[in-house]
Design a protein around this ligand. Structure first.
Ligand code: NDP
Length: 254
C-alpha cells in the first residue's frame, strides 16, 4: 500500500474527481477527510466510501479562508495529522458570458473557489505539515483548459491557468519543508460538472471528437495519478502540471 498511515484531505470529495481520488487513496491505506458544501451529499459519499477504509466528511466552503483552516483543524482532531492535501474543489462558468460582460460577482464566484480556495487550502494544510516537521504532499487539480484559450469559459480557464502557476510557486516556497507540490490537469472526465458543461450534445460530441483517445476519462483514473503524486514514487517531480486528458490538450480549439 502506497499511502499506509498517511492522512489525506480531498476537497470536493463528495462526488466526481474528488470522490475518485478519495476512493483510490483509501484503497492505498490512507485515512481520508472529504469536504464539500452540501452536507447531505458529503455524508452519503462517506457512507459509500467507508467500505474502503477510514473516512469522514467536514462541511466546508473552500472560498472562505477560515473554512480551510477549520477543515485542517477538524482533520487533526479526528486523525491527528495531515500528510496530503488535494485541492480539487472547483466550479465552471458554463454560461458563456463574453469577456466584455463579465461582472465582478461572476469573477469573485469562480476565482473564489478555483484559485483562492486552492491558494488558502494549500496554505492551511502546509502550515500544519510544517508544524509536524516531516514533509507532505499537495496535489492541485487544474485542467487541460488552463492551456486552451477558451473564451466561452473565460473565468474558468483563467482560474485554472492561475492554479498551474500557483503550483510552481508553492513548490518552490515549500521545498525547504520537504512538502512536494504538483497538479493534475484532467481533460474531459465523466462527472456532473462535465455533464453540465456538455449538456449541449453538439459541444459534447465536439469535445469527444477532439479527444484522440475517443472517450471521456473516469474519476478513478484521476485518482491513480493523484496517488502517484502523493506517494514517494514521485519524489523528483517538482511543481509540475501533469495532463490526464486522453490527448485533448493536443488539440487547439474546443
Ligand atoms: P463536480 O461538480 O462533479 O464536483 C465538484 C466537487 O467540488 C463537489 O464535491 C462539490 O460539492 C465541491 N465544491 C464545489 N464548490 C465548492 C466549494 N466552494 N467548497 C467546497 N467544495 C466545493 O466536479 P468535477 O469532479 O468534475 O471537478 C473536480 C475538479 O476537477 C474541479 O476543480 C474541476 O475544475 C476539475 N476538472 C474537471 C474536469 C471534468 O471534465 N470533470 C476537467 C478538468 C478539470 P458542493 O457543491 O457540495 O460544494
Amino acid at each position: 500500500m502506497k499511502l499506509k498511515n498517511k492522512v489525506a484531505i480531498v476537497t470536493g470529495g463528495s462526488k466526481g474527481i474528488g470522490y475518485g481520488i478519495a476512493e483510490e487513496y483509501l484503497k492505498e491505506g490512507a485515512k481520508v477527510v472529504i469536504c464539500a458544501r452540501n452536507k447531505e451529499e458529503g455524508v452519503k459519499a462517506v457512507e459509500e466510501l467507508k467500505q474502503f477504509g477510514d473516512v469522514f466528511f467536514v462541511p466546508c466552503d473552500v472560498s472562505i479562508q477560515q473554512s480551510n483552516e477549520a477543515l485542517v483543524a477538524e482533520t487533526v482532531k479526528q486523525f491527528g495529522r495531515v500528510d496530503i492535501f488535494v485541492a480539487n474543489a472547483g466550479i465552471n462558468d458554463p454560461d458563456k458570458t463574453h469577456y466584455l460582460n463579465i461582472t465582478d460577482e461572476q469573477y469573485e464566484r469562480i476565482m473564489g473557489v478555483n484559485l483562492k480556495g486552492v491558494f488558502f487550502g494549500g496554505q492551511a494544510a502546509a502550515r500544519q505539515m510544517v508544524k509536524q516537521g516531516d514533509g507532505g504532499a499537495i496535489v492541485n487539480v487544474s485542467s487541460v483548459n488552463a492551456y486552451l484559450a477558451l473564451d466561452s469559459q473565460m473565468l474558468y480557464t483563467t482560474s485554472k491557468g492561475g492554479v498551474g502557476q500557483l503550483t510552481k510557486v508553492q513548490a518552490v516556497a515549500l521545498t525547504d519543508y520537504n512538502i512536494k507540490v504538483n497538479a493534475i490537469c484532467p481533460g474531459p472526465i465523466d462527472t456532473e460538472l462535465m455533464r453540465r458543461v456538455g449538456s449541449d450534445p453538439q459541444l459534447f460530441n465536439t469535445v469527444i471528437s477532439r479527444t484522440p483517445i475517443g472517450r471521456v476519462g473516469t474519476p478513478n483514473e484521476c485518482g491513480r495519478l493523484a496517488v502517484f503524486l502523493a506517494c514517494d514514487d514521485s519524489n523528483f517531480v517538482f511543481g509540475q502540471s501533469i495532463f490526464i486528458d486522453g490527448g485533448r490538450g493536443f488539440q487547439a480549439f474546443p
